[in-house]
Ligand binder design. Structure first.
Ligand SMILES: [Zn+2]
Length: 276
């Protein structure tokens, strides 16, 4: 439910982005719904989808789900049920925003700049960590289950959260008292404006040099980040990802400088790696 709400807090597509989105749909042989013009796409392919359906393919290469999600959200529910090799193909577009499809006769490159959202159970039975359920899995089974998501893919997931079961009564109370998507969308738009004013692009699009330039840390915070990266066994890529996430949290706070609280929050979101 959270994943499907995400497009509601994202800013509308620019006209240029909307055109690109339409072009991809057209090449994929899908209709264009003018009522959805400038709405960010949300794609949720099933875990039984073939590699070609997911990333694109065919004798005349056609875009797959990752390209249909261009400028929008790709939601993979039951992440561990997806073919691990298919998941590993996602690594390239997650870095470059593009996918190259090579077939004997032809090659095609499609745009695939999407926000990846994935969900999985904590263990095969689904009850690990739930105080009211009794997890029936052995530590070995849990370990094997979690290892279906490879380290390099995990490395590219900036926000990893455990979402405990919520009793229905609390859920109803939350939706009655919680913020509306429209309100959150305003905050997102303001943070995004800060990023565009500063760098002409979003934080996610900063390369490593730009991240060093735009995400300066105070000396003790830099030492804290280096210790965390060592302790969690993270890559240099994850180091720069943590910088960009810290910058974004500071932007959402309306702060010019990244503070210790922003950085520690970003590190906390590395939940799966903290559990290893
Ligand atoms: Zn279990």
């Amino acid at each position: 439910m959270l994943a499907s709400r995400l497009p509601g807090i994202l800013p509308p597509l620019s006209d240029g982005e909307a055109l690109e989105s339409c072009a991809v749909r057209s090449v994929a042989g899908q209709g264009v719904d003018i009522a959805r013009w400038r709405q960010r796409p949300f794609r949720a392919p099933h875990h039984t989808a073939s590699a070609a359906a997911l990333v694109g393919g065919g004798s005349i290469p056609r875009p797959g789900e990752i390209s249909l999600a261009h400028h929008g959200v790709l939601f993979l529910d039951e992440l561990t049920e997806f073919d691990r090799h298919v998941l590993d193909v996602l690594r390239e577009p997650l870095e470059t925003g593009r996918i190259l499809i090579s077939r004997a006769a032809r090659q095609a490159e499609f745009p695939a700049s999407f926000q990846l959202v994935a969900a999985m159970n904590p263990c095969p039975c689904g009850y690990a960590g739930d105080p009211r359920g009794n997890c029936a899995c052995t530590p070995d089974q849990v370990q094997r289950y979690r290892s279906r998501v490879s380290g390099p893919l995990l490395d590219r997931l900036d926000l990893q959260l455990e979402v405990p079961r919520v009793p229905l009564s609390e859920l109803n109370a939350m939706s009655a008292n919680g913020e509306t998507s429209a309100l959150v969308a305003q905050r997102v738009a303001a943070a995004r404006r800060r990023q565009l004013d500063r760098a002409g692009k979003t934080n996610a699009a900063l390369n490593t040099g730009e991240a060093e330039r735009d995400c300066p840390l105070r000396v003790p915070d830099r030492a804290l980040l280096e210790r965390a990266v060592d302790a969690l066994g993270l890559s240099a890529r994850a180091y720069h990802r943590l910088l960009r996430v810290s910058r974004t949290i500071a932007d959402l706070d309306g702060e010019e400088r990244i503070g210790t609280a922003h950085l520690t929050e970003a590190i906390q979101y590395r939940h799966m790696e903290r559990r290893r």
